[in-house]
Design a protein around this ligand. Sequence first.
Ligand SMILES: Nc1ncnc2c1ncn2[C@@H]1O[C@H](COP(=O)(O)OP(=O)(O)OP(=O)(O)O)[C@@H](O)[C@H]1O
Ligand SMILES: [Mg+2]
Length: 209
Amino acid sequence: MNAASGIVLEHLGKTFGGGPVLQGFSASVAPGEAVALMGASGGGKTTLARIIMGLEKPDTGRVLGTEHLRFACVFQEDRLCEGFTAVANVALVLPRHSPVDVPAALRQTGLSAEELAKPAGKLSGGEKRRVALVRAMEAPSDVVVLDEAFKGLDAASRLQAYAYVKSRLAGRTLLLITHDPAEAEAFGARVVPVQKAGGAEAGPPPADD
Ligand SMILES: Nc1ncnc2c1ncn2[C@@H]1O[C@H](COP(=O)(O)OP(=O)(O)OP(=O)(O)O)[C@@H](O)[C@H]1O
Ligand SMILES: [Mg+2]
């Protein structure tokens, strides 16, 4: 399961056509720790998460400790199979004979029986977000990455979704990408500032943007 030494990011650098995004970025995440990657839009949070998950290669530096880790992610976009119901979307990521009660998990986020049976393409933005969230939380993994996973949820749904995620974390490492300090606080996450290379010194995370 979790690597004993956690995840170590050493001097990561990444440049796209528009210039450097990450430069000499170093950090570490202990097994089971909750970390919030925070910073201005375009600062490199999603890029960093993609590098950690092995979906993007850094130009310089390295990621240690992820070789045997399984990642589950809510991407910034929902990435649902739009013709499938909410239940079918979650069932797709479960091992055969999984004991997970998918409808119960979806209802825990506030989705109704009617919404569970609709094709995902016909759900609202906030409803889709919750399906994507349940799909990530119920998939077997060691690390959960939530990239603005609660965006589009009203305050009450958001709190319900926080409670659901907490109830399902079960000691897994959490990488939270958010613009909301209250969200980081809700998960007791340690804030790691991520800002575009060459920008100003890291300050406190923005309240919202
Ligand atoms: N595949 C790519 N090709 C070219 N440029 C990219 C690519 N991916 C990201 N970028 C650029 O890298 C920078 C960082 O993008 P990234 O998506 O990591 O930011 P972010 O911190 O997640 O922003 P947001 O809070 O808006 O989601 C941006 O300027 C973006 O345009
Ligand atoms: Mg992003």
